[in-house]
Design a protein around this ligand. Structure first.
Ligand SMILES: Cc1cc2nc3c(=O)[nH]c(=O)nc-3n(C[C@H](O)[C@H](O)[C@H](O)COP(=O)(O)O)c2cc1C
Length: 167
């Protein structure tokens, strides 16, 4: 499987757990993402608690699949150490690495956006008791895929590519 070309958002899961060694690999990949000026301003909250999953589902209308998933990872960024305004870019790179690492280990995952929805950010930051400088960016939900309707799609679009100048 070509994890870069074949990755899809997976929103249905079997009941199977994500092995701790795979979770560590996924978190290691997240921490290996590039950050502006190498601040590594991100941190990750692993969420397995079903009660927390229910609370997240109440806050985030488009993250209902968390109710069926064994694990989710909240990606946050530290405003005190980030370089200039690059927190969203740094956390997005980490989020993408989580998706790709999960795919590489045979899991399905989906990126659920928090930034830049003010209401959602406020509610998530309150739920997780985040200090003022720690900003919620995304939640990635991970599990073994149980979605046979999802297929690899070809995203090649020649019209998206320009050479040298926009013409
Ligand atoms: C910033 C961002 C926020 C997203 N938020 C959600 C979300 O809240 N819920 C969800 O089900 N999918 C979410 N997605 C996943 C997209 O819907 C998905 O990537 C897109 O439809 C393309 O499908 P694919 O990932 O299977 O290629 C988000 C993706 C990004 C990049």
């Amino acid at each position: 499987m070509d994890i870069l070309l074949d990755r899809r958002s997976i929103r249905k899961y079997t009941g199977d757990d994500v092995k701790q060694e795979d979770l560590n690999y996924i978190l290691h990949a997240a921490m290996s993402a590039p950050t502006a000026k190498n601040t590594k301003c991100y941190s990750f909250v692993v969420i397995k608690n079903k009660n927390m999953h229910k609370k997240i589902a109440k806050i985030h209308k488009y993250a209902q699949m968390i109710l069926e998933a064994p694990v989710a990872i909240l990606v946050v960024g530290d405003q005190n150490i980030v370089y200039k305004g690059y927190l969203p870019q740094d956390c997005a790179a980490a989020t993408q690495n989580i998706l790709l690492a999960a795919t590489a280990k045979g899991y399905g995952a989906v990126w659920c956006g928090i930034y830049s929805n003010k209401e959602r950010s406020k509610n998530i930051e309150k739920l997780f008791k985040l200090p003022k400088n720690i900003k919620a960016f995304s939640i990635v939900i991970i599990g073994k895929s149980d979605d046979s309707s999802i297929h690899v799609k070809n995203n090649w679009q020649i019209e998206k590519i320009k050479y040298e100048i926009w013409k």
